[in-house]
Design a protein around this ligand. Sequence first.
Ligand code: HGY
Ligand code: MN
Ligand code: MN
Length: 412
Amino acid sequence: MPISPERLERDLTMIAQAPLSSRPAANRPTFSPTWVEAVRYVVSEAEACGLTKRVDAAGNIHLRSPENIGRRLWLSGSHLDSVPNGGAYDGVVGVIIPLEVFRAAREDKLRPPPLELVIFAEEEGTTFGLGMLGSRTWAGTLDAAALVKFHNSDGQDYCSAGKPFGVRSLEFASDRFRAEDYSGLVEVHVEQGPSLWKKEQPVALVTAINGRRQYRVALEGVANHAGSTGMADRFDALAGAAEMIALVEKIPGTLSPQAVATVGRIECLPNALNVIPSRVEFTIDFRAPLESVLDQGAAELDWHLPAIAQRRGLKINIETTEILPAAPLSTEVCQLLREAAARLNCTLPETASGALHDAAILSPLLPAAMLFVASRDGISHNPDEYSEIEHISQAARILYELVTTTVTREQS
Ligand code: HGY
Ligand code: MN
Ligand code: MN
Protein backbone atom coordinates (compact mmCIF):
# COMPACT_ATOMS: atom_id res chain seq x y z
CA MET A 1 0.00 0.00 0.00
CA PRO A 2 1.65 3.22 -1.11
CA ILE A 3 1.17 5.42 1.94
CA SER A 4 4.36 7.47 1.79
CA PRO A 5 6.09 8.49 5.05
CA GLU A 6 8.30 10.73 2.89
CA ARG A 7 5.33 12.69 1.52
CA LEU A 8 3.88 13.01 5.02
CA GLU A 9 7.20 14.28 6.34
CA ARG A 10 7.37 16.78 3.49
CA ASP A 11 3.84 17.97 4.32
CA LEU A 12 4.78 18.54 7.96
CA THR A 13 7.93 20.40 6.99
CA MET A 14 6.20 22.56 4.37
CA ILE A 15 3.41 23.49 6.80
CA ALA A 16 5.90 24.15 9.61
CA GLN A 17 7.97 26.13 7.11
CA ALA A 18 11.09 24.85 8.89
CA PRO A 19 12.96 21.58 9.42
CA LEU A 20 11.07 19.50 12.01
CA SER A 21 14.38 18.91 13.81
CA SER A 22 14.49 22.62 14.64
CA ARG A 23 11.38 22.26 16.82
CA PRO A 24 9.53 24.91 14.84
CA ALA A 25 6.93 26.87 16.82
CA ALA A 26 3.56 27.03 15.10
CA ASN A 27 1.92 30.44 15.09
CA ARG A 28 -1.08 30.16 12.76
CA PRO A 29 -4.00 32.19 14.09
CA THR A 30 -7.12 31.61 11.98
CA PHE A 31 -7.25 33.84 8.86
CA SER A 32 -3.64 35.02 9.48
CA PRO A 33 -1.06 34.98 6.64
CA THR A 34 0.63 31.91 8.17
CA TRP A 35 -2.71 30.08 8.35
CA VAL A 36 -3.50 31.08 4.75
CA GLU A 37 -0.07 29.78 3.69
CA ALA A 38 -0.66 26.41 5.34
CA VAL A 39 -4.15 26.10 3.84
CA ARG A 40 -2.79 27.09 0.42
CA TYR A 41 -0.16 24.32 0.60
CA VAL A 42 -2.73 21.61 1.45
CA VAL A 43 -5.16 22.85 -1.21
CA SER A 44 -2.44 22.86 -3.88
CA GLU A 45 -1.45 19.29 -2.97
CA ALA A 46 -5.09 18.24 -3.05
CA GLU A 47 -5.78 19.95 -6.38
CA ALA A 48 -2.72 18.19 -7.79
CA CYS A 49 -4.61 15.03 -6.88
CA GLY A 50 -7.62 16.13 -8.91
CA LEU A 51 -9.66 17.35 -5.93
CA THR A 52 -11.73 20.51 -6.02
CA LYS A 53 -11.96 23.02 -3.21
CA ARG A 54 -15.10 24.48 -1.66
CA VAL A 55 -15.22 26.85 1.29
CA ASP A 56 -18.44 26.53 3.27
CA ALA A 57 -20.20 29.62 4.66
CA ALA A 58 -18.56 29.03 8.05
CA GLY A 59 -15.07 29.21 6.52
CA ASN A 60 -14.19 25.50 6.62
CA ILE A 61 -12.34 24.24 3.55
CA HIS A 62 -13.63 21.05 1.87
CA LEU A 63 -11.72 19.05 -0.73
CA ARG A 64 -13.39 16.27 -2.69
CA SER A 65 -13.11 14.61 -6.08
CA PRO A 66 -15.53 15.53 -8.88
CA GLU A 67 -15.66 11.79 -9.60
CA ASN A 68 -17.47 11.35 -6.29
CA ILE A 69 -20.42 13.60 -7.06
CA GLY A 70 -23.59 12.06 -5.69
CA ARG A 71 -21.75 9.55 -3.48
CA ARG A 72 -21.94 9.58 0.30
CA LEU A 73 -18.44 10.15 1.52
CA TRP A 74 -16.32 9.52 4.55
CA LEU A 75 -15.37 12.84 6.09
CA SER A 76 -11.85 13.16 7.49
CA GLY A 77 -9.89 16.20 8.56
CA SER A 78 -8.88 18.44 11.43
CA HIS A 79 -7.45 21.95 11.75
CA LEU A 80 -4.44 24.05 10.67
CA ASP A 81 -4.92 26.91 13.09
CA SER A 82 -2.59 26.65 16.08
CA VAL A 83 -2.29 27.93 19.61
CA PRO A 84 0.38 30.61 20.08
CA ASN A 85 3.84 29.00 20.00
CA GLY A 86 2.28 25.61 19.31
CA GLY A 87 3.68 22.43 17.84
CA ALA A 88 4.05 21.13 14.29
CA TYR A 89 1.66 18.17 14.66
CA ASP A 90 -1.52 19.37 16.48
CA GLY A 91 -4.30 19.42 13.88
CA VAL A 92 -1.83 19.13 10.98
CA VAL A 93 -1.60 15.33 11.25
CA GLY A 94 -5.37 15.04 10.86
CA VAL A 95 -5.28 17.12 7.69
CA ILE A 96 -2.28 15.57 5.91
CA ILE A 97 -3.39 11.97 6.53
CA PRO A 98 -6.56 12.13 4.41
CA LEU A 99 -4.54 14.12 1.88
CA GLU A 100 -2.02 11.28 1.74
CA VAL A 101 -4.85 8.74 1.37
CA PHE A 102 -5.94 10.53 -1.81
CA ARG A 103 -2.35 10.60 -3.13
CA ALA A 104 -1.83 6.93 -2.32
CA ALA A 105 -5.07 5.90 -4.01
CA ARG A 106 -4.07 7.84 -7.11
CA GLU A 107 -0.68 6.10 -7.08
CA ASP A 108 -2.52 2.79 -6.68
CA LYS A 109 -4.45 3.69 -9.86
CA LEU A 110 -7.68 3.48 -7.83
CA ARG A 111 -10.60 5.82 -8.43
CA PRO A 112 -10.64 8.54 -5.77
CA PRO A 113 -11.84 6.96 -2.52
CA PRO A 114 -15.29 8.00 -1.20
CA LEU A 115 -13.66 10.58 1.05
CA GLU A 116 -13.77 14.30 1.66
CA LEU A 117 -10.92 16.16 3.31
CA VAL A 118 -12.01 19.01 5.57
CA ILE A 119 -9.93 21.74 7.22
CA PHE A 120 -11.99 23.16 10.06
CA ALA A 121 -11.54 26.85 10.86
CA GLU A 122 -10.74 28.19 14.33
CA GLU A 123 -10.57 24.87 16.17
CA GLU A 124 -8.31 26.13 18.93
CA GLY A 125 -10.36 29.14 19.96
CA THR A 126 -7.19 31.04 20.88
CA THR A 127 -7.74 33.58 18.08
CA PHE A 128 -11.45 34.41 18.53
CA GLY A 129 -12.06 33.17 22.09
CA LEU A 130 -14.14 30.03 21.57
CA GLY A 131 -12.96 26.73 20.14
CA MET A 132 -14.32 24.91 17.11
CA LEU A 133 -16.07 27.97 15.71
CA GLY A 134 -15.92 26.65 12.13
CA SER A 135 -17.36 23.22 12.88
CA ARG A 136 -19.98 24.58 15.29
CA THR A 137 -21.20 27.10 12.71
CA TRP A 138 -21.29 24.45 9.97
CA ALA A 139 -23.10 22.09 12.34
CA GLY A 140 -25.59 24.84 13.21
CA THR A 141 -24.84 25.03 16.93
CA LEU A 142 -23.61 28.63 16.56
CA ASP A 143 -25.35 31.32 14.54
CA ALA A 144 -24.25 34.73 13.25
CA ALA A 145 -25.72 36.52 16.29
CA ALA A 146 -23.57 34.41 18.60
CA LEU A 147 -20.48 34.63 16.42
CA VAL A 148 -20.22 38.42 16.45
CA LYS A 149 -19.41 38.22 20.17
CA PHE A 150 -16.07 36.57 19.36
CA HIS A 151 -13.25 38.92 18.36
CA ASN A 152 -9.58 38.56 17.49
CA SER A 153 -6.84 40.75 19.01
CA ASP A 154 -7.53 43.38 16.33
CA GLY A 155 -11.10 43.63 17.60
CA GLN A 156 -12.52 42.03 14.43
CA ASP A 157 -15.39 39.60 14.86
CA TYR A 158 -15.19 36.15 13.22
CA CYS A 159 -17.57 36.99 10.35
CA SER A 160 -15.81 40.26 9.42
CA ALA A 161 -12.30 38.80 9.76
CA GLY A 162 -13.38 35.68 7.85
CA LYS A 163 -15.20 37.42 4.99
CA PRO A 164 -12.10 37.59 2.72
CA PHE A 165 -11.65 33.85 3.37
CA GLY A 166 -15.15 32.76 2.44
CA VAL A 167 -17.16 33.30 5.64
CA ARG A 168 -20.68 34.26 4.49
CA SER A 169 -22.90 34.86 7.50
CA LEU A 170 -26.05 35.27 5.40
CA GLU A 171 -25.59 31.71 4.12
CA PHE A 172 -24.99 29.90 7.43
CA ALA A 173 -28.45 28.33 7.39
CA SER A 174 -28.50 27.41 3.69
CA ASP A 175 -24.94 26.04 3.63
CA ARG A 176 -25.17 23.91 6.74
CA PHE A 177 -23.80 20.39 7.30
CA ARG A 178 -26.05 17.74 5.65
CA ALA A 179 -25.91 14.29 7.21
CA GLU A 180 -27.09 12.70 3.97
CA ASP A 181 -23.82 13.70 2.30
CA TYR A 182 -21.65 11.58 4.60
CA SER A 183 -21.21 8.01 5.85
CA GLY A 184 -19.21 9.01 8.87
CA LEU A 185 -16.34 11.06 10.23
CA VAL A 186 -12.85 9.92 11.17
CA GLU A 187 -10.58 12.55 12.71
CA VAL A 188 -6.97 11.59 13.24
CA HIS A 189 -5.08 13.58 15.85
CA VAL A 190 -1.96 13.42 17.99
CA GLU A 191 -2.80 12.18 21.48
CA GLN A 192 -1.40 15.23 23.26
CA GLY A 193 -1.00 13.03 26.31
CA PRO A 194 1.76 10.59 27.40
CA SER A 195 0.01 7.23 27.62
CA LEU A 196 0.52 5.85 24.09
CA TRP A 197 4.16 6.92 24.04
CA LYS A 198 4.80 5.39 27.46
CA LYS A 199 3.16 2.10 26.40
CA GLU A 200 4.98 2.23 23.04
CA GLN A 201 1.67 2.06 21.18
CA PRO A 202 1.80 4.03 17.91
CA VAL A 203 -1.91 4.40 17.22
CA ALA A 204 -5.09 4.09 19.30
CA LEU A 205 -8.82 4.14 18.73
CA VAL A 206 -10.60 7.00 20.50
CA THR A 207 -14.02 5.94 21.72
CA ALA A 208 -15.05 9.11 23.63
CA ILE A 209 -14.13 12.78 24.00
CA ASN A 210 -14.24 14.47 27.40
CA GLY A 211 -16.70 17.25 28.08
CA ARG A 212 -15.53 20.80 28.65
CA ARG A 213 -16.83 23.85 30.48
CA GLN A 214 -15.14 27.23 30.16
CA TYR A 215 -15.63 30.29 32.30
CA ARG A 216 -14.52 33.89 32.42
CA VAL A 217 -14.09 35.30 35.96
CA ALA A 218 -14.00 39.09 36.47
CA LEU A 219 -12.92 40.53 39.83
CA GLU A 220 -13.35 44.17 40.81
CA GLY A 221 -11.24 45.55 43.69
CA VAL A 222 -9.93 49.06 44.39
CA ALA A 223 -6.79 50.52 42.85
CA ASN A 224 -4.64 52.05 45.58
CA HIS A 225 -1.11 53.03 46.42
CA ALA A 226 1.22 50.05 46.89
CA GLY A 227 3.31 51.92 49.44
CA SER A 228 0.88 53.77 51.64
CA THR A 229 -2.04 51.30 51.83
CA GLY A 230 -1.94 48.94 54.79
CA MET A 231 -2.53 45.26 54.12
CA ALA A 232 -5.84 45.30 56.00
CA ASP A 233 -7.07 48.23 53.91
CA ARG A 234 -6.68 46.63 50.52
CA PHE A 235 -9.19 45.32 47.98
CA ASP A 236 -6.60 43.58 45.86
CA ALA A 237 -8.14 41.92 42.79
CA LEU A 238 -4.95 40.07 41.86
CA ALA A 239 -4.37 38.63 45.33
CA GLY A 240 -7.99 37.47 45.28
CA ALA A 241 -7.48 35.90 41.86
CA ALA A 242 -4.34 34.16 43.11
CA GLU A 243 -6.26 32.53 45.96
CA MET A 244 -9.01 31.46 43.57
CA ILE A 245 -6.56 30.08 40.98
CA ALA A 246 -4.82 28.00 43.64
CA LEU A 247 -8.24 26.59 44.55
CA VAL A 248 -9.17 25.90 40.90
CA GLU A 249 -6.01 23.79 40.68
CA LYS A 250 -7.15 21.71 43.67
CA ILE A 251 -10.78 21.05 42.69
CA PRO A 252 -10.28 18.33 40.00
CA GLY A 253 -8.31 16.06 42.35
CA THR A 254 -11.21 16.07 44.79
CA LEU A 255 -13.63 14.91 42.05
CA SER A 256 -12.05 12.43 39.62
CA PRO A 257 -8.62 11.22 38.40
CA GLN A 258 -9.62 12.23 34.82
CA ALA A 259 -10.84 15.73 35.75
CA VAL A 260 -8.55 18.64 34.86
CA ALA A 261 -8.77 22.42 35.28
CA THR A 262 -6.60 25.13 33.79
CA VAL A 263 -6.36 28.89 34.19
CA GLY A 264 -4.73 29.77 30.89
CA ARG A 265 -5.36 33.50 30.51
CA ILE A 266 -5.24 36.36 32.98
CA GLU A 267 -5.50 40.13 32.54
CA CYS A 268 -4.69 42.54 35.34
CA LEU A 269 -5.44 46.27 35.50
CA PRO A 270 -3.82 48.67 35.73
CA ASN A 271 -0.90 46.16 35.68
CA ALA A 272 1.42 48.75 37.21
CA LEU A 273 4.33 48.01 39.51
CA ASN A 274 3.19 50.25 42.36
CA VAL A 275 -0.62 50.08 42.10
CA ILE A 276 -2.81 47.59 43.94
CA PRO A 277 -4.68 45.84 41.09
CA SER A 278 -8.27 47.02 40.72
CA ARG A 279 -9.52 44.57 38.10
CA VAL A 280 -8.57 41.05 37.05
CA GLU A 281 -10.11 38.75 34.43
CA PHE A 282 -9.09 35.12 34.15
CA THR A 283 -10.36 32.06 32.30
CA ILE A 284 -11.09 28.57 33.62
CA ASP A 285 -11.06 25.50 31.37
CA PHE A 286 -12.57 22.50 33.19
CA ARG A 287 -12.79 19.01 31.65
CA ALA A 288 -13.91 15.55 32.62
CA PRO A 289 -15.32 12.40 30.97
CA LEU A 290 -18.60 12.53 32.92
CA GLU A 291 -21.33 15.15 33.05
CA SER A 292 -21.78 14.50 36.77
CA VAL A 293 -18.15 15.49 37.40
CA LEU A 294 -18.50 18.60 35.24
CA ASP A 295 -21.61 19.52 37.23
CA GLN A 296 -19.77 18.97 40.52
CA GLY A 297 -16.90 21.13 39.29
CA ALA A 298 -19.33 23.90 38.38
CA ALA A 299 -20.93 23.70 41.81
CA GLU A 300 -17.53 23.94 43.54
CA LEU A 301 -16.63 27.05 41.53
CA ASP A 302 -20.03 28.64 42.16
CA TRP A 303 -19.63 28.10 45.88
CA HIS A 304 -15.98 28.86 46.61
CA LEU A 305 -15.11 31.73 44.26
CA PRO A 306 -17.87 34.10 45.46
CA ALA A 307 -17.02 33.18 49.07
CA ILE A 308 -13.39 34.24 48.55
CA ALA A 309 -14.53 37.44 46.80
CA GLN A 310 -16.92 38.30 49.62
CA ARG A 311 -14.26 37.74 52.32
CA ARG A 312 -11.92 40.06 50.42
CA GLY A 313 -14.50 42.71 49.63
CA LEU A 314 -14.21 42.11 45.88
CA LYS A 315 -17.00 42.13 43.33
CA ILE A 316 -17.11 38.98 41.19
CA ASN A 317 -18.77 37.96 37.96
CA ILE A 318 -18.49 34.36 36.69
CA GLU A 319 -19.57 33.98 33.05
CA THR A 320 -19.97 30.49 31.61
CA THR A 321 -18.54 30.84 28.10
CA GLU A 322 -18.87 27.23 27.03
CA ILE A 323 -20.75 24.06 28.01
CA LEU A 324 -19.71 21.10 25.89
CA PRO A 325 -21.02 17.68 26.94
CA ALA A 326 -18.84 14.60 26.91
CA ALA A 327 -19.10 12.95 23.47
CA PRO A 328 -19.31 9.16 23.21
CA LEU A 329 -18.12 8.27 19.70
CA SER A 330 -19.78 5.91 17.20
CA THR A 331 -19.52 2.23 18.10
CA GLU A 332 -20.17 1.43 14.41
CA VAL A 333 -17.31 3.56 13.09
CA CYS A 334 -15.07 2.35 15.92
CA GLN A 335 -15.77 -1.23 14.87
CA LEU A 336 -15.06 -0.45 11.20
CA LEU A 337 -11.72 1.07 12.23
CA ARG A 338 -10.90 -1.95 14.40
CA GLU A 339 -11.65 -4.24 11.42
CA ALA A 340 -9.62 -2.10 9.02
CA ALA A 341 -6.68 -2.16 11.45
CA ALA A 342 -7.05 -5.93 11.93
CA ARG A 343 -6.77 -6.43 8.16
CA LEU A 344 -3.40 -4.73 8.52
CA ASN A 345 -2.47 -6.98 11.46
CA CYS A 346 -2.73 -4.03 13.80
CA THR A 347 -4.64 -4.22 17.08
CA LEU A 348 -5.89 -0.86 18.25
CA PRO A 349 -5.74 -0.01 21.96
CA GLU A 350 -8.64 2.18 23.04
CA THR A 351 -8.69 5.48 24.86
CA ALA A 352 -10.74 8.61 25.57
CA SER A 353 -9.63 12.08 24.54
CA GLY A 354 -8.91 14.69 27.20
CA ALA A 355 -8.46 17.24 24.43
CA LEU A 356 -11.43 18.60 22.48
CA HIS A 357 -11.75 18.09 18.73
CA ASP A 358 -14.10 19.05 15.91
CA ALA A 359 -15.20 15.41 15.89
CA ALA A 360 -16.98 16.15 19.20
CA ILE A 361 -19.05 18.88 17.54
CA LEU A 362 -20.11 16.70 14.62
CA SER A 363 -20.54 13.44 16.58
CA PRO A 364 -24.19 14.19 17.45
CA LEU A 365 -24.93 14.64 13.73
CA LEU A 366 -23.08 11.74 12.09
CA PRO A 367 -21.27 8.58 13.19
CA ALA A 368 -17.79 9.74 14.22
CA ALA A 369 -14.64 8.24 15.67
CA MET A 370 -11.01 9.21 16.05
CA LEU A 371 -7.58 7.73 15.79
CA PHE A 372 -4.77 8.96 18.02
CA VAL A 373 -1.09 8.99 17.11
CA ALA A 374 1.39 8.80 19.99
CA SER A 375 2.89 12.12 21.18
CA ARG A 376 6.45 11.96 22.48
CA ASP A 377 6.27 12.31 26.28
CA GLY A 378 2.73 13.65 25.80
CA ILE A 379 4.01 17.13 25.00
CA SER A 380 1.65 19.37 22.99
CA HIS A 381 0.77 23.03 22.52
CA ASN A 382 4.55 23.43 22.62
CA PRO A 383 7.30 23.48 19.92
CA ASP A 384 8.65 20.27 21.48
CA GLU A 385 5.55 18.46 20.19
CA TYR A 386 6.68 15.41 18.19
CA SER A 387 5.25 12.23 16.69
CA GLU A 388 7.08 9.51 14.75
CA ILE A 389 6.46 9.65 11.02
CA GLU A 390 6.06 5.86 11.02
CA HIS A 391 3.27 6.15 13.62
CA ILE A 392 1.57 8.83 11.51
CA SER A 393 1.93 6.57 8.48
CA GLN A 394 0.35 3.69 10.38
CA ALA A 395 -2.73 5.79 11.10
CA ALA A 396 -2.81 6.78 7.43
CA ARG A 397 -2.73 3.12 6.38
CA ILE A 398 -5.72 2.37 8.64
CA LEU A 399 -7.70 5.27 7.19
CA TYR A 400 -6.73 4.17 3.67
CA GLU A 401 -7.86 0.63 4.42
CA LEU A 402 -11.14 1.92 5.83
CA VAL A 403 -12.09 4.19 2.97
CA THR A 404 -10.87 2.01 0.12
CA THR A 405 -12.35 -1.29 1.30
CA THR A 406 -15.25 -0.44 3.60
CA VAL A 407 -17.77 0.61 1.03
CA THR A 408 -20.85 1.35 3.08
CA ARG A 409 -24.19 0.48 1.56
CA GLU A 410 -24.84 4.08 0.47
CA GLN A 411 -21.47 4.36 -1.27
CA SER A 412 -21.82 1.32 -3.46
O1 HGY B 1 -8.41 22.70 23.77
C1 HGY B 1 -8.37 21.64 23.16
O2 HGY B 1 -8.72 20.61 23.69
C2 HGY B 1 -7.91 21.59 21.74
O3 HGY B 1 -6.51 21.69 21.71
N1 HGY B 1 -8.49 22.64 20.98
MN1 MN C 1 -5.95 19.98 17.86
MN1 MN D 1 -4.75 22.10 20.16
